[in-house]
Design a binder for this molecule. Structure first.
Ligand SMILES: [Mn+2]
Length: 328
C-alpha cells in the first residue's frame, strides 16, 4: 500500500507564511517535519532548495505558499520544481505577491496548480484556505488574522498575539543555525495551527526578541539621515535584527516622514514603508527589488555598502538620494 506525503514550503518571515502552513497542518495533519521554510535570505534559500532536491520524493505533493519566486532565485526554483514534476510529484504554488511575467512563465510550466501574482484582496493564507482547505471556524479565524497582519491592519481582539507571533518569527529567522531556526519556526507553526495564543515557547522567544530589538531601535532612531526630494521627506537609519514594521512606523509617525527606510546591515536589505500618495515600491523597483506600494524593499551588494563604517553609510544614503531624485 502506498500513501501520499504532503510537504509545505512556506515563507518563513511572517504570520501569513506561518498561517499558510498552520492551515495545512490543521487540515491534512501534515507532520511538522514536512514543513519547510523559504525566504530571500540566501543561506535559508540554498538550504531549503538543496533539502528538497536531496529528498528524491516520488508521487508526493509539494505545496509552496506565500512566496514569490524572484528573478534571482527563479532558475534554482525552476530546477527543483522541474525535477519534482519529472518524478511524478504534484506541485501546487499559492501566492499573492507581484510576480514578473517572465518568472511566472518559467515556474508555472511545472506546477499542477498555480495562483500567483499581485492580489489586493487576499493574503497567502487566504488563498491556501480557499483552494485547499475544508471550511471551519479555525480556518475562518486564522485567515482573518493572517489578512490583518499581512495588510498592516489592526485586530481588536488579537493584537497582542499577532505582535507576539511577528516577534517570535523574527527571532526564529535570526537564529544562525538553520536547522535550529527551522525547529523554532515549526514550533511557531504548531502554535498557530492550534491557535494557542498562550503558547509558552512563542511568548519566551518573542519577549527575548523585543528586548534585543528595543535597544537597536533606540540607537537607530537617534541616528537618522534625512533626504528631501521634491517635497518628499525620506528618513533612513541603519541597524540589524530589528522589527521592520515597528521601526518604520515610528519613523513615519514621529518624524512625519513620507518614506521610512530601515537598512539592515546584517541581511544587506533595505526595508521601506511609505504613506499617503507616496509609493516606496518605486524606489525599491529602481534597485531591483519590489513588494507592495507602501511596503517594499531590496537587497544591496558589497559595492553599495562595503562595511558598516560611517563613510560607507554616507555613500549608501547618497545612493538612495540619487534614486529618489529619479522617482519622486
Ligand atoms: Mn504574505
Amino acid at each position: 500500500m502506498s500513501y501520499i506525503n504532503i510537504y509545505n514550503i512556506t515563507h518563513s518571515t511572517d504570520m501569513d507564511g506561518m498561517s499558510s502552513a498552520a492551515l495545512l497542518v490543521h487540515n491534512y495533519r501534515i507532520p511538522l517535519k514536512n514543513i519547510m521554510f523559504i525566504s530571500y535570505d540566501e543561506k535559508r534559500f540554498d538550504y531549503t532548495i538543496k533539502k528538497i532536491g536531496n529528498m528524491r520524493a516520488k508521487s508526493d505533493v509539494f505545496i509552496f505558499s506565500d512566496y514569490m519566486a524572484n528573478k534571482r532565485q527563479a532558475n534554482a526554483i525552476k530546477r527543483v520544481v522541474m525535477r519534482l514534476k519529472r518524478d511524478s510529484n504534484i506541485v501546487i504554488w499559492l501566492d499573492h505577491h507581484p510576480w514578473s511575467d517572465e518568472t511566472f512563465r518559467l515556474i508555472s510550466k511545472y506546477c499542477d496548480i498555480i495562483i500567483a501574482g499581485e492580489n489586493r484582496y487576499m493574503c497567502g493564507a487566504q488563498i491556501v484556505y480557499d483552494v485547499l482547505c475544508e471550511k471551519d471556524r479555525y480556518g475562518d479565524s486564522i485567515t482573518k488574522l493572517a489578512h490583518t497582519a499581512d495588510f498592516g491592519l489592526t485586530s481588536k481582539t488579537n493584537e497582542t498575539w499577532l505582535r507576539r507571533i511577528a516577534s517570535a518569527v523574527r527571532y526564529s529567522n535570526n537564529i544562525e543555525d538553520i536547522e535550529k531556526a527551522d525547529m523554532s519556526l515549526r514550533r511557531v507553526v504548531k502554535a498557530v495551527s492550534m491557535k494557542d495564543t498562550k503558547n509558552n515557547y512563542v511568548k519566551k522567544i518573542a519577549d527575548r526578541f523585543v528586548s534585543q530589538s528595543r535597544k537597536g531601535t533606540k540607537r537607530l532612531l537617534s541616528n537618522l539621515a534625512t533626504i528631501n526630494v521634491n517635497g518628499v521627506k525620506i528618513m533612513a537609519g541603519f541597524g540589524k535584527k530589528l522589527q521592520t514594521q515597528e521601526v518604520c512606523t515610528k519613523i513615519l509617525k514621529r518624524f512625519k516622514a513620507d518614506i521610512a527606510i530601515y537598512i539592515d546591515v546584517n541581511e544587506r536589505r533595505v526595508h521601506m514603508r511609505s504613506k499617503g500618495r507616496i509609493y516606496c515600491s518605486r524606489l525599491a523597483v529602481l534597485y531591483g527589488g519590489g513588494g507592495h506600494p507602501y511596503a517594499s524593499g531590496y537587497l544591496f551588494s558589497k559595492s553599495d555598502m562595503r562595511d558598516n563604517s560611517r563613510k560607507s553609510r554616507e555613500l549608501m544614503i547618497e545612493k538612495i538620494r540619487k534614486g529618489a531624485e529619479k522617482c519622486y
